[in-house]
Design a protein around this ligand. Structure first.
Ligand code: MRU
Length: 373
């Protein structure tokens, strides 16, 4: 295994993609080898890997594996279109996935069959490198925010940051989005302490964010999902920092279910609430997140059961009565009015259309018109 751990990486010599199977963390570090588009689709659907930027990169590698298979078996474009549909159907909320597939389809368009897999491999590698670079930059921009809060605080105490779900390097490739500023501050020697929402039903906070922070030596405390409001009322949270699975051009933020309630509590207590996201997560087509962003509904069994270490084995137990049904809405949307700002790879801006377009002028309608022949 390579020295600095990534959530996904490709073998440059063989058609193999490696992922960390996140279902077993924090108790086991399991690396899975993926060699087919079907296996990649399964890994995304079953959340062996998850997080918006990561599922974009994973889908791109999945498409590359499909190109390779098509090349070896002499399969035509119909097979590739089917492979793209399979990958696109795995998870609906994060826009990164659809965007990565679009890029792959553009990369191989107009090429002869024998060139496709090389093109698709290069495209996936580029996407991976871009996501790493975006997260690194998000970390640098977000660091200024934490430094600012740190300057205003009594010098003895840490900056207390509350985060929800896992927007760490496990959800990206390296650095993370919401965690990148935290890691940057920690490396700079600024005292930080992170309140980690456990994030039911799959406990991405308790399992994944806590694991990441522990590995990096960042002080943190796991809390139940309902604790944030109480901590905010008692002055124990300085900043709420979350990731995003899809952000509209108007600044509405879709993220793991429960994020919206944290934003409401933050607003009621005058605490800054920031979402950290790369441009690959912005959906320029949408303006009303609550109505327009598709919210994934997952199996009720994820709510009814809890998984953890019992002795030396990872086990699952049933919590409610056997006959009680459950509902599992995986994401919610925090309206822009509750978001203090967006931390992107190009800087921090208010959550509104004008500010986003100023940071990303290539996405303005005028730029679209210019590029249309
Ligand atoms: O269902 P998940 O675990 O894929 O949800 C992930 C999140 O909600 C993250 O906060 C989001 O993808 C941002 S990742 C940097």
């Amino acid at each position: 295994m390579q020295q600095e751990l990534q959530s996904i990486w490709a073998d440059p010599r063989r058609p193999r993609i490696y992922i960390i199977d996140q279902r077993f963390l924090p108790h086991r570090l399991v690396i899975e080898t993926i060699t087919s588009v079907e296996a990649m689709a399964r890994a995304i659907r079953e959340m062996r890997l998850r997080g918006a930027p990561l599922i974009g990169v994973a889908a791109a590698y999945g498409y590359y594996l499909a190109c390779l298979h098509a090349e070896r078996r002499g399969l035509d474009r119909k097979y590739l279109d089917e492979a793209a549909r399979l990958l696109a159907s795995t998870r609906p909320t994060a826009v990164n996935l659809a965007r990565a597939l679009k890029r792959q389809q553009q990369a191989v368009a107009g090429t002869v069959a024998a060139e496709r897999s090389a093109r698709a491999y290069a495209c996936a590698r580029n996407l991976e490198a871009e996501e790493i670079d975006c997260c690194r930059r998000i970390g640098q921009h977000g660091l200024t925010l934490i430094e600012g809060i740190h300057r205003q605080r009594p010098p003895t105490g840490p900056v207390n940051i509350l985060t929800h779900c896992n927007a760490g390097w496990l959800a990206c490739v390296r650095h993370g989005t919401a965690t990148a500023p935290i890691y940057a501050a920690h490396e700079r020697g600024i005292k930080v302490h992170v309140w980690v929402d456990e994030t039911r039903p799959r406990n991405q906070g308790a399992r994944l964010t806590a694991w990441e922070l522990a590995r990096a030596g960042v002080p943190h405390t796991v809390i139940t999902d309902n604790s944030g409001g109480h901590l905010m009322q008692h002055g124990r949270v300085d900043l709420v920092l979350v990731g995003s699975d899809r952000t509209t051009r108007t600044g509405d933020v879709a993220n793991k279910i429960g994020t919206y309630l944290k934003a409401l509590a933050a607003r009621d207590n005058g605490i800054p609430f920031y979402a950290a996201l790369p441009a690959s997560t912005i959906d320029w087509e949408l303006s009303d997140g609550v109505r327009e962003i598709p919210i994934e509904e997952r199996s009720a069994e994820e709510v009814r059961r809890v998984r953890g270490l019992a002795g030396r084995r990872i086990r699952e137990v049933l919590v409610p009565p056997r006959e009680s049904p459950a509902a599992n809405h995986a994401f919610d949307v925090t309206p822009a009015r509750l978001v203090t700002g967006l931390i992107t790879e190009r800087g921090i801006c208010p959550a509104d259309e004008q500010s986003l377009r100023r940071l990303f002028p290539e996405n303005s309608p005028a730029a679209d018109n210019q590029s249309t022949p």
